[in-house]
Design a protein around this ligand. Sequence first.
Ligand SMILES: Nc1ncnc2c1ncn2[C@@H]1O[C@H](COP(=O)(O)OP(=O)(O)OP(=O)(O)O)[C@@H](O)[C@H]1O
Ligand SMILES: [Mg+2]
Length: 262
Amino acid sequence: MALVIGVVNQKGGVGKTTTTANLGAAIAELGKRVLLIDIDAQSNLSTHLGISGKDDLQESPERPPVPEFTIYDVLKGTKQIKDVIIHRSKNLDLVPSSLLLSAADLELGGVVGRELILKRALDKIKNDYDAVLIDCPPALGLLSLNALAAVERVVIPVQSEYLALHGVRQLLDTIDQVRGIYNPSLIVGGVLICLHDNRKRLARVVSDTIRAYFGDLVFDTVVRTNVSLAEAPASGQSIFEYSPKSSGAEDYAALAKEVLND
Ligand SMILES: Nc1ncnc2c1ncn2[C@@H]1O[C@H](COP(=O)(O)OP(=O)(O)OP(=O)(O)O)[C@@H](O)[C@H]1O
Ligand SMILES: [Mg+2]
């Protein structure tokens, strides 16, 4: 049975994509088969892993390869999910994204069952994998709802900075609603403190507040701020390919063990 995780927070820039890419890569490093799904129109996860998001820009020598089909085709119902999967590296597959997703909320507005398209697609293939991770956009629109309806667990990255918990109540309410309507077994699998700089007093205070608010839901593993994690996407590599001895690699390897043992 695959472990199906959505990495969700409508707040931007908190570490969702970095977590999806590197937690996924860490689980793959442990010999498990992993599928990553990029459901954000920004296509950051796809580019992070060396595959372009599909858009209308010209291909150029500096650009990673552009996929022919993407998650957009799956949501529109013109492609099966198995036909858009890219075998990226050992144990690591990716469903890439497309800039076209930015109009998906509107385009799918009239489709009955539009919140369940990803779940229905994923049900057909998820058992080919040990873990499936979905990188969500910084919004609680139709794309995040599709992810929440399709997963078993939500991982919520938060940053130990001012306003870390801003919007978290709304996110938890949305998770409750999705649980009530589409996905009764949905759980919050954990809150992950990301981009943490323990030298900053504010970061220490905020992470204490996060632990006080969420209690046991907060992962023991904290992802420290690490320049290699910020650099790796530019070379299309996971942290384990780019800098396997970095603190970022250490933190995501520890997180993978924690997630698999939960
Ligand atoms: N632990 C870290 N140390 C240093 N830089 C990091 C770390 N985690 C993420 N970053 C950098 O911070 C930025 C935001 O991270 P990321 O793209 O993962 O956030 P996000 O939540 O996916 O953003 P968005 O909401 O736009 O999708 C990126 O430039 C990323 O490389
Ligand atoms: Mg992102």
